[in-house]
Ligand binder design. Structure first.
Ligand code: AMP
Length: 429
C-alpha cells in the first residue's frame, strides 16, 4: 500500500487547532444570533455555471471543477454568496425582506498553499439582503468588528473602498461592463499600470486616466479627509460623487454607533469578486499580510440569477486566518470550565456498572469517558491524567456492595468513597 497523505493545500486539523477553529465557529454563530442572522445550509457542490457567473477571473480560474456522473459541469463552491443569491432568486423570491442569512462551512480554491493560504477554507458568511441604505453596510462592518473582538483579537483594522467610485468614472467614460471587471481585477492585484493601459485601450479620455492615477494614490485613515479628497478628484463624474457620499454616510454611521475600529480608506482598492457594486472592505491584523475577511455591497447579483432587482451586502470571514491571527496574538480561549470524568471498572464483571454510572452522569450533562482498553488501574489513571480529566470514578466490588464508588480528584491526587447518588453533586461542585 502507498503511504496516504492529505492532498496539497488540504489539512487534517487536530487537537488544539481544531479546538480553536470550533471556538471561532461558536463565536461566529453567537454573532449571527446577536444580529438576527438565520443559519442556513447550502450545498458544497453547485453547477459550474452558477458559481462562475460573477466570480471574477481570479476565483474562476481556481475553482475545483469536474463532471458528475450525469455529465453535468459542477464545481466545489469557492464562496457562499452565489448560492445565497440563487436561493433568494428562486425558493425565497416571495418571502418578506430583509433576509439576514448566515452560513458556515468549507469553500474550495486552488490557491498556491503558503502560510494562511489553503485549498480547503473555512468561512463564516453573513448576507443582509433587501436594504439599499448605508445602515445595512454599517451593520456588516459592525458585526465583523464584533466577531474579531469575540475571537479575542486586539489589533485589527479595515481597509475600505467603494467600487462605485471607480465604476462611476468608467461608466461615464463608456467603458463596457466586461472591461470594467477586467480593470478592477488588475487593480485588485495592484497591477495599476496594466489597469490603466486597459482603461486607455477601452477608449477613455486622458482626463480619466489622470483622475484614476490620482485616485490610486488617495488613501488615509482620516475618513472625512480622504472622502473629501476623493470627492474633489472625481467631481466631474456624477455617479462617483454619489458613491463617495454613500461611503461617507456608511462610515459616519459606523463611527456614531460607537464602533471603534481603525480604518484605512483606499480609493484605488478593488476586490477580485466581480459582483461588488458599492462599499467594499477587508480585515487585516499586523504581521499577517493576507485578509482575515472581506465583503461589500452587491446590488445586481440576485437579478443575474433571474430574481428581481435586490440590493444586498455581505461578508465572508476566513476562520483559518482568524485562528492564525489568534495564535500570533496569543489569544486565550474563553472556554467554559466543564468538569470531565473517566469511569474505570476494576474488573470485567463491573463493566455494566461502569456504563450505568457513566450514563447517569451524562444525563446530568457531565462528559464521561469509560475505560475500554481493559488496562490496569495505574495505567488507566495515568491516561486519564494525560487527557486532563478532572475526576476518575473507580468502581470496585466492595464499595459497590455498599452503594458507593471511589472518586479520585486527579489534580489534587486525593480520593474518597462516595455514595452513587452523591457523585453528580461532587463532580459539579
Ligand atoms: P474572499 O471571498 O476572497 O474575500 O474571501 C473571504 C475570506 O476567506 C478572506 O478574507 C480570507 O480570510 C479567506 N480566504 C480566502 N482564500 C483563502 C485561502 N486560500 N486560504 C485561507 N483563507 C482564505
Amino acid at each position: 500500500m502507498p503511504e496516504f497523505k492529505t492532498l496539497r493545500g488540504m489539512r487534517d486539523i487536530l487537537h488544539e487547532d481544531a479546538k480553536m477553529m470550533i471556538y471561532i465557529e461558536d463565536q461566529a454563530r453567537k454573532i449571527a444570533r446577536l444580529y438576527g442572522y438565520e443559519e442556513i445550509i447550502t450545498p458544497v457542490v453547485e453547477s459550474y455555471e452558477l458559481l462562475a457567473a460573477k466570480a471574477g477571473d481570479e476565483v474562476r480560474s481556481r475553482m475545483f471543477i469536474f463532471k458528475d456522473l450525469g455529465e453535468r459541469d459542477v464545481a466545489l463552491r469557492p464562496e457562499f454568496t452565489a448560492s445565497i443569491a440563487r436561493l433568494v432568486a428562486t425558493t425565497m423570491r416571495n418571502d418578506p425582506k430583509p433576509f439576514r442569512l448566515f452560513c458556515i462551512g468549507t469553500v474550495y480554491r486552488y490557491d498556491e498553499p503558503q502560510r494562511g493560504r489553503y485549498r480547503e477554507i473555512w468561512q463564516s458568511n453573513y448576507e443582509l439582503i433587501g436594504p439599499s441604505g448605508p445602515e445595512a453596510d454599517a451593520e456588516i462592518i459592525m458585526l465583523t468588528e464584533g466577531l474579531m473582538r469575540k475571537a479575542g483579537l486586539k489589533r485589527f483594522g479595515l481597509k475600505i473602498g467603494h467600487v462605485g467610485v471607480l465604476r462611476g468614472i468608467l461608466s461615464q467614460e463608456r467603458v463596457g461592463e466586461r472591461e470594467q471587471s477586467a480593470i478592477m481585477q488588475l487593480m485588485d492585484k495592484k497591477e495599476y499600470d496594466n489597469a490603466l493601459k486597459l482603461v486607455e485601450s477601452a477608449g477613455a479620455s486622458n482626463r480619466c486616466l489622470d483622475i484614476l492615477r490620482q485616485l490610486v494614490e488617495c488613501r488615509g485613515t482620516d475618513v472625512k479627509d480622504v472622502v473629501n479628497r476623493i470627492e474633489e478628484i472625481v467631481k466631474t463624474y456624477e455617479k462617483s460623487v454619489i458613491a463617495a457620499e454613500n461611503l461617507r454616510e456608511t462610515l459616519k454611521l459606523v463611527s456614531e454607533s460607537g464602533c471603534k475600529i481603525s480604518m484605512t480608506i483606499d480609493a484605488g482598492f478593488a476586490r477580485g469578486l466581480e459582483y461588488y457594486t458599492g462599499m467594499i472592505f477587508e480585515v487585516y491584523v499586523p504581521g499577517i499580510d493576507v485578509a482575515l475577511g472581506g465583503g461589500g455591497r452587491y446590488d445586481n447579483l440576485v437579478e443575474v440569477f433571474g430574481g428581481e432587482a435586490t440590493p444586498a451586502v455581505g461578508v465572508a470571514h476566513g476562520i483559518d486566518r482568524i485562528a492564525l491571527a489568534m495564535k500570533t496574538q496569543k489569544t486565550v480561549l474563553r472556554t467554559e470550565n466543564e468538569k470531565t470524568v473517566v469511569v474505570v471498572p476494576i474488573k470485567e464483571e463491573l463493566r455494566a456498572e461502569a456504563l450505568k454510572i457513566s450514563r447517569m452522569l451524562r444525563d446530568a450533562d457531565v462528559p464521561v469517558e469509560v475505560e475500554v482498553m481493559g488496562r490496569r488501574m495505574a495505567k488507566a489513571l495515568e491516561d486519564a491524567d494525560r487527557r486532563k480529566a478532572n475526576y476518575a470514578i473507580i468502581i470496585g466490588e466492595r464499595e459497590l456492595s455498599e452503594g458507593a464508588v471511589v472518586v479520585r480528584d486527579l489534580a489534587k491526587r486525593q480520593q474518597s468513597t462516595v455514595k452513587v447518588e452523591r457523585i453528580i453533586d461532587l463532580v459539579k461542585s
